[in-house]
Design a protein around this ligand. Structure first.
Ligand code: C5P
Length: 224
């Protein structure tokens, strides 16, 4: 009998894009499909964890046995994450959170006024959800925080720097944005001892490998 790798563990995951409203019918989003985050939710559940998935708008079905909380904006995602984070053993931030939201969003649909002038959007920086969770970690040591980074170049160099900057033990790099919407990916894991490449495979296979890498590190940590 092989006990499941994450039996008795609670795992919180963000996935998908965020949607930042311009007015009630228009908004700004990005090309994240949510596939990688949903695959990790499924793999963590298969490994015996109790999984909460905070998801931006996606077209994906909820993985079996996973509790899913739907949100649209980055601020809604932050609220949902902060409400759910107590008692979690692992936090995996996979969502492609919009860096900016529209600060002067309109309550009513913006109309063309015939003048030929386009509306002027103003932007405000969104909160960094992963950094907010990582900041709570410094008190209790939990949850174990895993971040993602999509870089278009110099992944190895940027990945290590980003892990340090985010103040997290494990960062997963992928070469984006080519991977968006695809069923396959290749990832690089960055931790305090360097980096490990997980070669091209389906997102579900990579998710299962990542879950086992996380479980290994949790075990190491609880032995310390
Ligand atoms: O800094 P960058 O956006 O590249 O970092 C990506 C990582 O940070 C991902 O894990 C993503 O989910 C998380 N993130 C976040 N909130 C933001 C921006 C990024 O949680 N506002």
């Amino acid at each position: 009998f092989q006990p499941k790798l994450l039996a008795g563990k609670r795992v919180l995951i963000t996935a998908g894009p965020t949607y930042e409203a311009i007015d009630p019918v228009r908004g700004i989003t990005n090309l994240s499909s949510g596939k990688m985050g949903y695959a990790i939710a499924r793999a963590a559940r298969e490994a015996g964890a109790e999984v909460t998935l905070v998801s931006g708008p996606t077209a994906l079905p909820t993985p079996h046995g996973v509790r899913r909380i739907d949100v649209q904006s980055a601020r809604q995602m932050l609220d949902a994450v902060m409400q759910a984070v107590g008692g979690q053993h692992v936090f995996v931030g996979v969502a492609a959170v919009a860096d900016w939201r529209v600060d002067n969003a309109s309550d009513q649909k913006i109309k063309k006024d015939g003048s030929g002038d386009a509306p002027q959007l103003q932007f405000a920086e969104n909160p960094d959800i992963l950094a907010s969770v990582a900041a709570t970690t410094s008190l209790s040591g939990w949850p174990y925080c895993v971040g993602f980074a999509a870089e278009s170049e110099n992944l190895i160099e940027y990945g290590a720097v980003k892990r340090e900057k985010k103040g997290i033990p494990l960062l997963v790099g992928n070469i984006g944005p080519q991977t968006f919407g695809q069923d396959e990916n290749a990832i690089v894991l960055f931790d305090e001892s360097g980096h490990t490449v997980l070669p091209r495979a389906t997102k579900l296979e990579l998710a299962r490998q990542l879950v086992s890498e996380i479980a290994k590190r949790l075990e190491r940590r609880s032995l310390l």
